[in-house]
Design a protein around this ligand. Structure first.
Ligand code: ADP
Length: 476
């Protein structure tokens, strides 16, 4: 049995059973007390009517009245009209039966506990419940005679409790039946409820295990439930979806990186073989080969750097920030890429602002962002294109605009270009992590990176960074 059901049985059900048993016991106890109290009251009522009658018997002297009452009592016993239900007796000062409505004098001889109780009690009344020699449960009530009446010290009535006990037993059976019905109902409804939780959870567990074993195609069926279980299923499905997307991107990434690595490696191997066959280092091809090997090695180096960036991105970017002049940093990057831009037959338009623009940033990372964006601008532009760099200040922020007149990005790709490993339909080469890294770093610097683009017209990447204010939050 699974543990939620066990826990429910142990906790909730055990408590329900306990409460029901307690309630049943209380109910039976209260029933017995009230039935017996009613019997006692019935006997006491008879005593009080007998007392009422006795009061009327008197005489000229005390002794005469006692005699009269004695006789009257004897008559009352003899003529007692409820003989079949109640035995009425008169007792002497020793508790011995003087006379009884049943005619036999044996019945109360050794069962006179109620008589002694009556003698001891200030109210002059005693009661006992016992089982007779005939194995019958009876209730006996004794009251001391309210008036002197010869030898009669006490009046006693005994009645059978058999009928009362039968009624009580019937009541017990009915209530026990009700308890069992309640118990059965709570077990059934509880089990139904537990099943409605446990069954889908078992399914979730099976599916999660399959996912853990690497089967990312499994999905939980849509239950349409809007509760916690329904939401859990949706989350598991979403998780599997995301995992398979990541898995797909990872595979694409590996294959694109291997492809990218193979191209320069092939070229290097080819040129190494060519050079090996040339004896003269002054040979034109020898020199050309060396230059190509050098360039391809740089390309490989760049790719390895990108891969390292990727693993750093996974581990979370660590920044070593300091106050910097953004203008100087951007100019530096512009000077670095300008030869390449010119070599590709394009032009870099950049007017260096005169005043410095201080920002709080990590210089290496800032340069990396600039170079990533500029590299894309060059990659996706054609000869004759202009790449424009612009620096603007607006209130508390500075904006760096990188504008190109290249092929642009399609609207459906635009929303994904900042994702890791995403390569647009227009992609020429690269692993698809340049903009993801740039975006991550800019966000870590409390800035933002936005891209606007139109297919065939060009792309503008806008980097926003907060201006550095000495003494500002978290700063020097
Ligand atoms: P990579 O490192 O491979 O260049 P990026 O993350 O820098 O990847 O860019 C992701 C995708 O965004 C590219 O594959 C390309 O499709 C698109 N892209 C980025 N910059 C430009 C741009 N200036 N012009 C056109 N497309 C671009």
């Amino acid at each position: 049995m699974n543990s939620i059901t066990k826990r429910w049985l142990r906790g909730s059900m055990a408590l329900t059973v306990l409460i029901l048993v307690l309630a049943e016991s209380l109910f039976l106890y209260a029933g017995r007390s009230s039935y017996y109290a009613a019997v006692r009251q019935a006997l006491l009522n008879r005593f009080s009517s007998i007392s009422g009658q006795l009061k009327m018997y008197g005489g000229s002297t005390v002794a005469a009245s006692a005699d009269n009452r004695y006789l009257a009592l004897h008559r009352m016993v003899e003529q007692f009209d409820e003989k079949d239900k109640i035995e009425f007796m008169l007792l002497d000062s020793e508790g011995q039966v003087l006379t009884t409505s049943s005619g036999s004098l044996t019945s109360a001889a050794d069962q006179e506990e109620d008589f002694w109780k009556a003698l001891d009690s200030p109210s002059g009344q005693g009661e006992s419940i016992y089982v007779t020699d005939e194995n019958e449960k009876v209730m006996a009530v004794t009251i001391l005679s309210p008036y002197p009446a010869g030898d009669v010290t006490a009046l006693r009535m005994v009645t059978s409790l058999t009928l009362v006990d039968e009624a009580l037993a019937q009541r017990a059976w009915v209530s026990l039946g009700a308890v069992l019905v309640v118990l059965g109902f709570s077990v059934c409804s509880g089990l139904y409820f537990i099943r409605s939780i446990v069954n889908p959870l078992q399914q979730v567990e099976r599916t999660a295990n399959q996912i853990a074993r690497g089967d990312l195609s499994v999905r939980l069926p849509q239950s349409g439930r809007k509760d916690e279980i329904g939401r859990l299923c949706e989350t598991i499905n979403r998780m599997a979806e995301e995992l398979s997307k990541t898995e797909k991107m990872k595979n694409e990434f590996i294959s694109s990186v291997s492809h990218e690595l193979r191209t320069p490696l092939t070229s290097i191997r080819g040129w190494v073989e060519t050079i090996a066959s040339i004896r003269d280092p002054q040979d034109e091809n020898y020199q050309k080969g060396l230059a190509i090997i050098g360039a391809e090695t740089d390309r490989l180096y760049g790719m390895v750097e990108e891969l390292l960036d990727f693993s750093r991105l996974q581990a979370g970017i660590r920044l070593e920030c300091q106050p910097l002049d953004l203008v100087a940093e951007l100019t530096d990057a512009a000077l670095f890429v300008e030869p390449r831009i010119r070599q590709e037959g394009m032009r870099l338009a950049y007017e260096e602002p005169e005043l410095p623009l201080p920002v709080w940033a990590d210089p290496k990372r800032l340069r990396q962002i600039f170079l990533n964006i500029l590299d894309n601008a060059v990659k996706y532009s054609s000869p004759g294109g202009v790449i424009t760099l612009e620096l603007l200040q607006d209130g508390e922020n500075v904006y760096i605009l990188f504008r190109d007149e290249g092929r642009g990005i399609s609207p459906e790709d635009l929303e994904n270009v900042k994702l890791k490993f995403f390569k647009g339909k227009n992609a020429v080469r690269g692993s698809g992590i340049g903009l993801a890294v740039a975006d991550e770093i800019v966000t870590a610097l409390n800035g933002s990176l936005d891209i606007e683009s139109r297919l065939g017209e060009g792309t503008t990447v806008k980097v926003m960074l907060p201006l550095y204010r000495p003494g500002g939050p978290g700063k020097l």
